[in-house]
Ligand binder design. Structure first.
Ligand code: NAD
Ligand code: UGA
Length: 471
């Protein structure tokens, strides 16, 4: 008989766990959903009565939280009771790149996965379906199974515990998480137990067409997630590499992307040039793919995927270089407005944002940056740049530092240049007449996302560099 799921627990209340469980709770009112996390501050924020203060900004998320929280969606730090009453447990914890030891800088650090599995084995009761939601190296399910079975034996409980492990990678993209979750291109479920797979299908089929629910074995499911991210990132490195060639040859990257993407086999999406991909996943997942390939002796395959990261690093670096070069070879003591700090629009997430390296490099070169982002708060920028801003530090530096700005005009005032680093809608509509009046001349616009009306900006006297636009 297919196990009927009445109680779900999700370990990890992050960018995936929070939104995914909010959608499951809203689509399955008959299921109680408990999201647990070791980070009590994060849980406190999820329970904040002020919905503007949730730990994650995602369009549509606060409405779902308002609707379900306290009814069938709960956020807590309480592990034992929430795990023991769950029929199904999603593991949605972070899986960053290892920073030390074997495989440092490449392999995934599985310590949070391992500790989740150990906690489950300790507190779970009866039959439990454990679902890998985190992105994991292929064959991690084997490790999880081993931990679940061996440590539940170690715990010496008399009670019989049974675990089924499924892989159910998440394909949502930030800024569009709720839409991606409610309207997925596909749901992927890997497993080796039909009944467990069917019980997860039952949940998704409350709102996803059965034809979009794909089932595979565990290893294909785990590897599909890494491969999907590698292919997506590869497209960005491909278009960014061609953006540099456009700048040299006089071609226009947007026209090239449109012409190339009109071929149905290639498709139009994911061909926007930019300052390089950011976000918590592309880099770590490709590094992991490279590590796995090397582990299996597939050096040529590893090298092939490594170049996707190499081009991405090069794109970020070349943007700093050309800003410095165009500002007469030095940015020392110059003020520069940075528009956008999140790694993409519609999120407050800054993990691996290209803005971080570009800002650090420019500060190192002596520039004073006026940083404005519609959703990223001061504290986050301070943490990412590893330095307080000049004003709160009471430092009257002439060079090398940053200031937090509250809007575009505030950021642009007194600057020699504006650099657009994130494609927020409000940057597409900048009033260049107003902006040009508050900047120092000669003033520059560097549009790394190719989103501004450069003819307008030029007509108000700005010099313009836009990614992938020939001279
Ligand atoms: P995150 O860092 O935002 O959240 C992970 C949470 O897990 C943190 O709050 C952390 O405190 C908690 N945690 C860690 N160990 C724990 C434990 N033992 N018990 C309880 N809580 C614990 O990470 P995220 O962005 O949500 O990503 C989670 C996973 O999903 C990663 O594997 C990532 O690759 C994958 N993923 C992320 C995205 C995305 O857009 N961010 C999309 C698809 C897949
Ligand atoms: C990405 C994938 O798109 C998701 O399918 C996946 O689930 C997720 O990674 C994950 O595994 O974490 P995400 O990183 O949230 O999602 O955002 P994307 O929209 O993929 O953007 C990633 C980066 O690429 C951003 O910096 C973005 O600005 C950049 N990008 C994206 C471009 O430069 N050009 C594009 O055409 C698209």
């Amino acid at each position: 008989m297919i196990p009927q799921i009445k109680n779900i627990c999700c370990i990890g209340a992050g960018y995936v766990g929070g939104p995914t469980m909010a959608v499951i709770a809203s689509k399955c009112p008959h299921i109680q959903v408990n999201v647990i996390d070791i980070n009590s501050e994060r849980i406190r924020e999820w329970n904040n009565s002020n919905l503007d203060k949730l730990p994650i900004y995602e369009p549509g998320l606060s409405q779902l939280i308002k609707r379900c929280r306290g009814i069938n969606l709960h956020f807590s730090t309480e592990m034992k009771s929430n795990i023991s009453k769950a029929d199904m447990i999603f593991i949605s914890v972070n899986t960053p790149t290892k920073t030390k030891g074997r495989g440092a800088g490449k392999a995934i650090d599985l310590k949070w996965i391992e500790s989740s599995a150990r906690t489950i084995s300790l507190y779970a009761k009866g039959t439990t379906i454990v679902v890998e939601k985190s992105t994991l190296p292929v064959r991690t399910a084997e490790t999880i199974k081993k931990i679940l079975t061996t440590s539940s034996n170690d715990n010496n409980t008399k009670e019989e515990k049974t675990f089924f492990v499924l892989s159910n990678p998440e394909f949502l993209s930030e800024g569009k998480a709720i839409n991606d979750l409610t309207n997925p291109d596909r749901v992927l479920i890997g497993g080796d137990n039909d009944l467990a797979i069917k019980s997860l299908i039952q949940i998704y089929s409350k709102w996803v067409d059965k034809g979009k629910i794909l089932t595979t074995d565990l290893w294909s499911s785990e590897l599909s997630k890494l491969t999907a991210n590698a292919f997506l990132a590869q497209r960005i490195s491909s278009i960014n590499s061609i953006s540099a060639l456009c700048e040299e040859t006089g071609a226009d990257i947007n026209d090239v992307a449109c012409a190339v993407g009109s071929d149905k086999r290639l498709g139009k999406l994911f061909l926007d040039p930019g300052p390089g991909f950011g976000g918590s996943c592309f880099k770590k997942d490709i590094l992991n793919l490279v590590y796995i390939c090397n582990h299996y002796g597939l050096e040529k395959v590893a090298n092939y995927w490594q170049t996707v990261i190499n081009i991405n690093n090069w794109q970020q670096k070349r943007i700093t270089d050309l800003v410095v070069q165009n500002l007469f070879g030095t940015v020392s003591e110059k003020r520069i407005a940075i528009l956008g700090f999140s790694f993409k629009a519609n999120t407050n997430d800054t993990r691996e944002s290209p803005s971080i390296n570009i800002c650090k490099d420019l500060i190192e070169e002596g520039a004073i940056l006026h940083i404005y982002d519609p959703k990223v708060e001061y504290e986050k920028i301070k943490k990412d740049l590893n330095s307080s801003d000049l004003i709160s530090n009471n430092i009257n530096h002439k060079e090398g530092g940053w200031i937090y700005s509250r809007n575009i005009i505030d950021a642009a005032s007194g600057t020699d240049a504006i650099i657009i680093l994130t494609e927020w809608d409000e940057f597409k509509e900048i009033n260049w007449s107003k902006i040009s009046n508050v900047m120092r001349t000669p003033s520059w616009l560097f549009d790394t996302r190719s989103i501004c009306n450069i003819h307008k900006a030029k007509s108000f006297g700005l010099n313009v560099w836009s990614v992938g636009k020939g001279k």
